[in-house]
Design a protein. Sequence first.
Length: 278
Amino acid sequence: MLQRARSSSSRSFMREAEFAKLILDNPYEEDYFKDLISEVVSNRKNPEKTYTGAKGLREQLLSCFLQKGEVKTANVWARLVPSNLTEVEFLLETIEERLRAEKDIFGAVELHLADREILSPHIQYVGTNAEKAEIIIAKTLVEFKYEVSITSAIGKKYEEYEKPYETSSGDLPIVKMDKFFEEQKEHREQTKEIQDILDEIDEMQNQFLNNFLTEAQTYMDETDKITQKMIKNIEEGISNYDYLKSQKIIDDSAKDLEAALAEIDDEIEKIIQRNREM
């Protein structure tokens, strides 16, 4: 849905500034506006701030876009977009990358879950070459399965696509968009359930591996303690053996010395006896 450019008084533009993506041809301009956005986001979160600077941000952004070409607003349906912040961030990054690759699209991209005028989730683009940006965004949403077709993504009114698709044969069942969207939601929920189960299995495997490694480390530590104790006992046994061996040598030497002294005493006794006989 293409509309005229948002005005600086439009609360829709930069309402989701915290997660908005800017596409400009000058990195210095981008850094400047990112700093302004950070300041606005910070002010919005501060209850004591009565002036957030959002209007000034919108005025400067629109002025910047107008210098690069005709500015329009494109709202592209994204009815099946998830509420998961990680998935939303990846979607916006993909859209930003694809718009930037065109080299002639300059603007801002936001995801709005609902506006006063539009009560369903949609991507809002404000900037130059809005017609081209609208198609790129629609194709991306269809690729991500957040919309059923490009036609439904860029439709002017959601009511137009609530009508059943009629075929040339009256025998074929009539499929309504609401039913299709419901089936898509069920499919996404089932996929999420499967992913949750896989995540739980991964967690159990990791827990098992951690327990196994802990038990293995404990076993190795105990084995090391036993080995060290055995080595110590062997060393002590060797020390005791050396002591006993040394003690035996000392005892044997003492006996030899005692025998030698006894022989000396005998010789002295014999000499004394001979002197007496003379």
